[in-house]
Design a protein around this ligand. Structure first.
Ligand code: FAD
Length: 489
């Protein structure tokens, strides 16, 4: 039986990002993926939000994505645009790029990091014991791992076999998504009806049509047919425009469900396997990638034995509330996008509200992921929030903070007298990068605005702040102990 430290079931965006994070931390990880390649006929996600671009920038790979897509203001709530161009981030925009494009860049990076993968194979089951997990593959082979992570999408076999509940809300609406030819010229753009939106657009060849149509009756699961497509077109437009030559047809809904827990002993969940919801607002891929960035370094430390298994509890504690909020946000947007007269009136009022500065900033930060705040206790506003990518003055010249996170290693930023925060003699000396630097600019956070300049900051590998110093090292050792493991002397 082949052994690996971690087996990831599923090489979609979440599984690929997690593989990269673990590989950067030196973990022996392998991906098992049903698809032969990253082809995604018919699309799915259309881009990345600001915080996801930031986390990729933290690893030094953001440019690879930015050069493939189009920079745009993509954040929105129920199709009400939220301009974040005045936000204090280098990436005060989103990126329009197909999910296939995103996955290709991720997969190329993962290949570069020499992560092996079993493609064209499925995980068909697993059995866990005190020391590891035996993972069964569809070709009859098995793998042995210390941990198995289910990144295997909304219908996750891993979640089901781990016996993890998936409570939530059934679908209130279902949509067909299709790529077709039409004999008649259809009206392009959005057309809401009383249930929700319909949208038709020309595909890249300028002739064929991409359609998103709500269905007169809520349907789930079964593969849609050409008759279902005709029925939805007639319900929305009064005609089927002579639809034919269907090259892609799929169905999605606003079902909203979340795994009751993200870990069952040696089995973890991330991405769609842990949470599903309507695509409105473009959150799913983004929060899946961010799950992976939260989990990767923690799992790496547990696998290498530098941290106790209890560190993994913080993955659930931090990421479960994020997806729970996204579920509610998508439910609110689905309700707001019904096209009956009363809901339209409500949508108009909401549009007015979201043009006001404060609500725009709040919702813009929420939808772009820039307001994520892990509850690490009371203290400086930076605590638990994302570290801004400041340009520091160091002994070797100007350095952006994010460049120090490329290796997925924590950093201790000392902005006081050189050497004031000494960890060299502690057990963490080989685990944290000390950075002596100066910074005289403003510390500004999305929504909160300017905050007091700290004298020291402990930055976790995921870019979140784990400790803020006011000129002393009070609380630093506890923070290092909690987040980097190790033993008190
Ligand atoms: C119409 C639509 C539009 C969307 N638009 C957006 C958007 O604009 N922005 C956004 O952020 N999100 C969007 N999403 C959501 C986004 O597509 C998902 O959230 C994202 O794909 C989740 O990534 P994942 O890696 O967690 O899961 P998936 O992408 O589902 O990947 C799971 C992978 O696991 C593999 N797999 C499954 N079972 C097994 C098994 N047993 N063994 C081995 N491999 C297995 C699958 O082949 C797949 O590659 C949209 C979704 C839809 C349907």
């Amino acid at each position: 039986m082949t052994e690996h430290a971690v087996v990831i079931a599923g090489g979609g965006p979440t599984g690929l990002m997690l593989a990269a994070e673990l590989a950067l931390s030196g973990v022996d990880v392998v991906i098992v993926e049903r698809r032969e390649n990253q082809n995604r006929p018919g699309g799915r996600a259309g881009g990345l939000h600001s915080r996801t671009i930031e986390v990729l920038d933290q690893r030094g790979v953001a440019e690879r994505f930015l050069t493939q897509g189009k920079l745009m203001q993509v954040a929105g709530f129920a199709l009400i645009p939220l301009d974040i161009s005045d936000f204090p981030t280098r990436h005060n925009y989103g990126l329009a790029l197909s999910q296939e494009g995103i996955e290709r860049v991720l997969a190329a990076w993962v290949d570069e990091l020499k992560v092996p993968s079993y493609r064209g194979l499925e995980v068909t089951g697993f059995a866990q014991d005190e020391t590891g997990v035996d993972v069964a593959l569809s070709d009859g082979r098995s793998l042995r791992a210390k941990y198995l992570v289910g990144c295997d999408g909304g219908r996750s076999l891993v979640r089901k076999q781990a016996g993890i509940d998936f409570p939530g809300w059934d679908a209130s609406i279902s949509y067909l998504i299709a790529e077709v030819a039409m004999t008649e010229e259809p009206p392009l753009g959005f057309r809401p009806n009383e249930r929700g939106i319909n949208a038709l657009r020309k595909l890249e060849d300028g002739r064929r049509v991409g359609a998103v149509l709500n269905e007169p009756l809520v349907r789930q699961r079964d593969q849609p047919t050409l008759d279902d497509l005709r029925e939805a077109l007639i319900a929305a437009y009064g005609t089927d425009f002579g639809v034919h030559d269907v090259t892609y047809l799929s169905r999605f809904s606003d079902m909203a469900r979340q795994a009751a827990c993200y870990r069952a002993r040696r089995v973890l969940l991330a991405g769609d396997s842990a949470h599903v919801h309507a695509p409105t607002g473009g959150q799913g891929l983004n929060i899946g990638v961010q799950d992976a960035v939260n989990l990767g370094w923690k799992l790496a430390q547990v696998v290498s034995g530098t941290s106790p298994e209890s560190l993994l509890d913080s993955y659930q504690a931090e990421r479960h509330p994020i997806a729970a909020r996204v579920l509610k946000l998508t439910m609110a947007q689905t309700a707001l996008m019904r096209g009956d007269e009363r809901t339209k009136a409500l949508h108009e009022r909401m549009s007015e509200l979201l043009k006001l500065d404060e609500p725009r900033k709040q919702y813009g930060a929420m939808m772009s992921g820039l307001d994520v705040h892990y509850d690490l206790g009371a203290g400086h506003p930076l605590l638990g929030r994302r570290m801004p990518d400041l340009e520091l003055v160091t002994e070797t010249g100007p350095r952006r903070v994010f460049t120090r996170l490329h290796g997925a290693r924590p950093a201790l930023l000392n902005l006081g007298a050189p050497g004031a925060l000494d960890v060299a003699s502690a057990p963490w000396a080989d685990r944290v990068q000390p950075i002596d630097a100066r910074y005289s600019g403003v510390w500004e956070l999305p929504v909160l605005g300017a905050v007091a300049a700290p004298m020291g900051v402990l930055i976790r590998p995921d870019g979140h702040v784990a400790w803020v110093g006011d000129g002393t090292d009070q609380g630093l050792r506890d923070a290092l102990d909690t987040w980097l493991g190790g033993h008190r002397r």
